[in-house]
Design a protein around this ligand. Structure first.
Ligand SMILES: NC(=O)c1ccc[n+]([C@@H]2O[C@H](COP(=O)([O-])OP(=O)(O)OC[C@H]3O[C@@H](n4cnc5c(N)ncnc54)[C@H](O)[C@@H]3O)[C@@H](O)[C@H]2O)c1
Ligand SMILES: O=C(O)[C@H](O)CO
Length: 381
């Protein structure tokens, strides 16, 4: 018999049973589900990462849909269990879905949702914050102050890198990478390497700078990743994690980078070979990193925590109140839309209509990554 698992229940008589494996910020997502006749069950078990067995126990014998987290292993076992319980919808409360085996979901006819757009700027802002923190050694300086070591101004004290006029490289210039590039254009970058970016933003800003007697910002699409690695002073990683990006940054790519470069990772930990990174940080004390994600989360590879040239934060890039509430809303609406037989929203890059608190959300699932494979209809709204 499955072990009992602690839950909190809203609208116990609701027709559809929707399970959330975690409590999520805000109440709008719960209210939207309740208004549409859902019984909402939220797991309150005091355990950060739920196991497959825990989630099977939560799914039980009858479950219409599950909202899950990026820390969970959504593969064959869980999709089979959800399908046996009559469920046809799952949504990650995250844009990245490398924890989900989409082929297994397809096999069981389960729609897989994610939460794009609402976290784009929030995540890019953290990447920009880490860029500044790493460049100006903010965390080291803070620790020094708190340790009572400051005994007066010195010419060499915590000297870091000036970013103005430097070359910024973005690897994975999708929604978040492009937003980061836009943020970094203003002021810092003399040169920007990006794969896709609205060049008119740069051109218009260039005109503004020229009118003020300053050097315009320029950009180019790099011919290869090697070119970005060789020429950039600051590189921010924003690709998805899949087999093409696993250890994209490894011993060789680190060796290609400038000795005093800064590397930022707000994508997924395994995009960087963390063992090679620790070694590189040891050998190159002027090389700096800002990391929001780690190869074996929640752990860091041995030695990383001791490196003064690393700024490390616990996967908080999307952690603003508005964003996290929006992610919860999108995840709930992905599941609800499927339960209600709504079509899929046509453009997952334009999800703002789902965040208007003063109007009901569109009758659509905001973002279903396997909509095509499952032949789900697309909304004309
Ligand atoms: N740290 C966090 O809290 C946090 C928050 C949000 C997103 N993320 C991560 O960021 C990722 C990107 O999110 P997004 O909304 O910008 O997605 P997106 O799909 O808009 O962008 C991903 C980009 O990666 C590029 N890409 C794919 N394969 C590549 C490769 N081999 N080399 C270089 N680029 C490649 C794609 O062309 C695309 O431009 C997510 O998948 C997620 O893993 C992390
Ligand atoms: O993929 C995501 O959405 C993040 O890692 C959490 O916001």
């Amino acid at each position: 018999m499955a072990k009992p698992i602690a839950i909190e229940v809203y609208n116990p008589n609701g027709k559809y049973r929707v399970v959330s494996t975690k409590s999520m910020p805000g109440t709008r997502w719960i209210n939207l589900l309740i208004e549409q006749d859902c019984r909402v069950e939220i797991c309150t078990q005091k355990k950060t990462i739920l196991s497959v067995e825990d989630i099977i126990a939560l799914i039980g014998d009858k479950c219409d849909g599950v909202i899950g987290q990026l820390t969970e292993d959504w593969g064959e076992t869980l999709f089979a269990a959800l399908s046996r319980a009559g469920g046809k919808a799952f949504s990650n409360m995250a844009v990245g879905y490398n924890n989900v085996d989409v082929n297994a979901a397809n096999k069981h006819g389960v729609a897989v949702g994610n939460t794009p757009g609402v976290l784009t700027e929030t995540t890019a802002e953290l990447a920009a914050s880490l860029s500044l923190a790493a460049a100006r050694r903010i965390v080291e300086s803070d620790q020094f102050m708190r340790a009572g070591l400051y005994d007066g101004w010195l010419p060499h004290l915590f000297v870091g890198n000036l970013l103005k006029g430097q070359t910024v490289g973005v690897i994975g210039a999708g929604r978040i990478g492009s937003a980061y590039a836009r943020m970094m254009i203003i002021y810092f970058s003399q040169f920007l390497f990006v794969v896709i970016i609205a060049c008119f933003v740069i051109a218009a800003y260039g005109e503004f700078l020229k009118a003020n007697g300053e050097q315009p910002v320029t950009w180019k699409r790099a011919a290869s990743m090697d070119e970005v690695l060789r020429e950039a002073d600051l590189i921010s990683l924003h690709p998805i994690l899949d087999k093409t990006t696993y250890h994209l940054i490894n011993k060789e790519s680190l060796a290609t980078m400038k000795k005093e470069a800064i590397l930022i990772n707000c994508s997924r930990g395994p995009v960087v070979d963390e063992v090679a990174l620790v070694e590189h940080l040891k050998q190159n004390p002027m090389f700096r990193v800002g990391l929001d994600v780690f190869e074996d989360e929640p752990y860091m590879k041995p030695g990383l925590a001791d490196m003064k040239n690393a700024v490390v934060v616990p996967h908080i890039a999307s952690a603003s109140k508005w964003t996290r509430e929006g992610m919860a809303t999108l995840a709930a609406l992905n599941v609800l839309g499927n339960i209600k037989g709504y079509p899929v929203w046509g453009d997952p890059n334009r999800v703002e209509p789902f965040f208007n608190e003063n109007a009901p959300p569109p009758a659509a699932s905001p973002s279903i990554v396997n909509a095509k494979a499952l032949g789900l209809p697309v909304s004309k709204l």
